[in-house]
Design a protein around this ligand. Structure first.
Ligand code: FAD
Length: 596
């Protein structure tokens, strides 16, 4: 039998961003088959029947709509009941057609009551709590760890950048020898470096605690779990690190709840428990001196951490199941990064899987399978697992409130960040890809505004929506790789006709002066409307510049708008104006276009 896309609400067509099963898999009724994404939300499409997958009929990047065939199944007979409609929401919901669990009812007393309780103090959670407090709500923020800031400030964006900055300076100094200035060999004091990283995160998380106080946001330290759609249990925790429970428990009542409980690193089940096998949090601790390091997973997080370790002296191998590193970015951008970084790697294993590992006294011996797999197990001093992050949706008692959580732990929401339960909202990593701090923050603001609008009767706030056209991505490697909107590879795959403006940094005065002209800036315009729909930059500081392309896309700018905007000279940012001029045919900093 054929399994089709059911009615997915208000969307004509949505893109397939993940295929979660393969031919030969046995699937159950309601098991997620694919993830689709519109410009407003992502959702998983469950199977309407049980059976063995015969053939997958969709691939990444395909557009699907109601009735599109996802796969064919050798049926086992069981067919799902018609999906339950989502609970009424003010905006057409992109909630996944998954059966909502029956909600519990808590009949005990509450120790404290708030307009809004936010579960999770990461970038999404604290931004939502602070915005709601600024708008006049009585707010509590529940966080299990000692400091606010979540993954991003404590063990993610910020500590990784503190280390990447040090690595970038070390690499830059190395390169100075070519320019006539020679420094001595660096001496690394790893304890001091770790202390510096901790000081950076401490400064920021301390600042958050102070800002929570200034806003009169009540911070409750403990593990929160839902009792029903109006009550949260908080089990108090203590200690500078970890989440050791003290035994004290309190119940807080809320008019609205925002779930911002984030995600955690995926652990490969077949890897042994050994201090030499770490995730990104372990890698940031820099406890293992690694002559030879394996990065499992060639995504941004793995490659950023690899850059740090390599600069500090490790030789790198990387293994990636997909055919490319840094999936998601255009190949031409990645190629520049790869060429510049080739010296760091002994072996880049693509289309290859890690299938086993053995912890021995002399190292971790890892076995691979696939196109790039060495025949014999390989020895490593350190193995970094960076194969993605999984949402915490199944660990917070969401079912007690009747909140839908997908098989993989994501919580579907509508464009106002509301779940299927009217009093419960969700934001950040827990609602889906891309798992990025800047997305979480914006979603947090939307949820806070909608809630304040409802509770304070403000019609304008009530209409707040997450309607960003694009969300930029950045790999803070050296050089940096940044992209936003449609990529060139995606445009090709989807048959979208584009006009491209590419400005090579070999023509940028500033890049040449910096001795770093390996990069380029690329802008993509829709051939019909002439509006900018995407762009990518590879080069130093690319991440600091990508915001301008995002703004141009949001504003519907064309090549003339960008090209005629005067950018200061000589800057790397100037390359954006030049790339627009290239697309327009008016750039005088590159060789003339040959007349046809
Ligand atoms: P989180 O930051 O995960 O916060 C969730 C919070 O909820 C946590 O503090 C957690 O302790 C708390 N919590 C969970 N369950 C409970 C519970 N039951 N009770 C109480 N508290 C609970 N993103 C970028 O945009 N740029 C980057 O450069 C970047 N670099 C990264 C580097 C690394 C190494 C990693 C791992 C991630 C990086 N990210 C980056 C991703 C970014 O950290 C996340 O997207 C972001 O932190 C998500 O924010 P959030 O608020 O959704 O959740």
């Amino acid at each position: 039998m054929e399994v089709q896309v059911p009615d997915i609400g208000d969307f004509d067509e949505v893109g397939v961003i993940e295929v979660l099963v393969k031919a030969g898999d046995t699937v159950k009724v309601e098991q997620s088959l694919i993830t689709v994404e519109s410009d407003k939300a992502s959702m998983e499409i469950p199977s309407s029947a049980a059976g063995v997958v015969k053939e997958i009929k969709v691939k990444l990047g395909d557009k699907v709509a109601k009735g599109s065939v996802i796969l064919s199944l050798e049926s086992e007979g069981a067919t799902a009941p018609a999906p339950a409609p989502a609970a009424p929401a003010p905006v057409p919901a992109a909630a996944a057609p998954v059966q909502a669990p029956a909600a519990a009812t808590y009949s005990g007393n509450a120790d404290q009551a708030f307009d809004l309780v936010v579960l999770g103090g990461g970038p999404g959670g604290y931004s939502a709590a602070f915005r709601a407090a600024d708008l006049g709500l009585k707010v509590a923020l529940v966080e299990r760890y000692a400091t606010l800031g979540g993954v991003c400030l404590n063990v993610g964006c910020i500590p990784s950048k503190a280390l990447l900055h040090v690595a970038a300076v070390m690499d830059e100094v190395n390169h100075m020898a070519d320019l006539g200035v020679k420094f001595g060999e660096p001496e690394v004091d790893i304890d001091k470096l770790r202390a510096h990283k901790n000081k950076v995160t401490g400064k920021l998380t301390g600042g958050l605690a102070a800002m929570a106080k200034m806003r009169k946001v009540t911070v409750l330290r403990g593990v929160g779990s839902l009792l029903d759609a109006q009550h949260l249990k908080v089990e108090a925790t203590e200690g500078a690190v970890g989440q050791a429970k003290t035994g004290a428990v309190q119940t807080v009542a809320f008019k609205r709840l925002i779930i911002a409980a984030g995600s955690q690193a995926v652990r490969l089940p077949f890897l042994p428990d050994d201090p030499r096998i770490v995730d990104s949090t372990g890698a940031l601790e820099m406890q293992v001196e690694a002559e030879k390091m394996l990065i499992v997973g060639g995504g941004i997080i793995g490659l950023e951490m690899g850059t740090v370790y390599s600069t500090l002296g490790s030789r790198l191998d990387v293994v990636e199941m997909l055919p490319t590193l840094m999936t998601g970015a255009d190949r031409d951008l990645v190629k520049v990064w790869q060429k510049f970084n080739a010296y760091r790697f002994d072996n880049i294993m693509l289309n290859t899987k890690t299938v086993g590992a053995e912890a021995k006294p002399d190292g971790i011996w890892v076995t691979f399978e696939g196109e790039g797999a060495p025949k014999e197990p390989q020895r490593y001093d350190l193995v970094l697992q960076a194969v993605g992050r999984t949402p915490n949706g199944k660990k917070i008692g969401a079912e007690n409130a009747g909140v839908v959580v997908t098989d993989r732990g994501f919580i579907p929401v509508d464009v106002q960040m509301r779940t299927n339960v009217p009093s419960v909202f969700a934001i950040g990593d827990i609602v889906g890809q891309p798992m990025l701090a800047h997305k979480a923050v914006h979603e947090g603001h939307v949820a806070a505004e909608v809630i304040a609008g409802e509770l304070l009767g403000d019609e304008k706030l009530k209409k707040s929506q997450f309607d960003a056209r694009v969300i930029p991505s950045v790999a803070y490697t050296d050089p940096e790789v940044a992209w936003v909107g449609i990529t060139e590879d995606e445009a090709k795959a989807k048959g979208i006709k584009i006009t491209k403006g590419l400005f090579p940094w070999t023509a940028s005065g500033r890049a040449i002066a910096n001795g770093r002209d390996e990069g380029f800036t690329k802008l993509l315009f829709d051939e019909e409307s002439h509006r900018i729909i995407g762009g990518g930059i590879v080069g130093t500081h690319a991440g600091n510049m990508i915001g301008e392309i995002a703004l141009a896309i949001e504003m519907g700018a064309d090549a003339v708008d960008i090209g005629k905007t005067i950018h200061p000279h000589p800057t790397l940012g100037e390359s954006l104006g030049m790339a627009a001029e290239v697309a327009h045919g008016s750039c005088t900093d590159v060789p003339p276009v040959r007349k046809k």
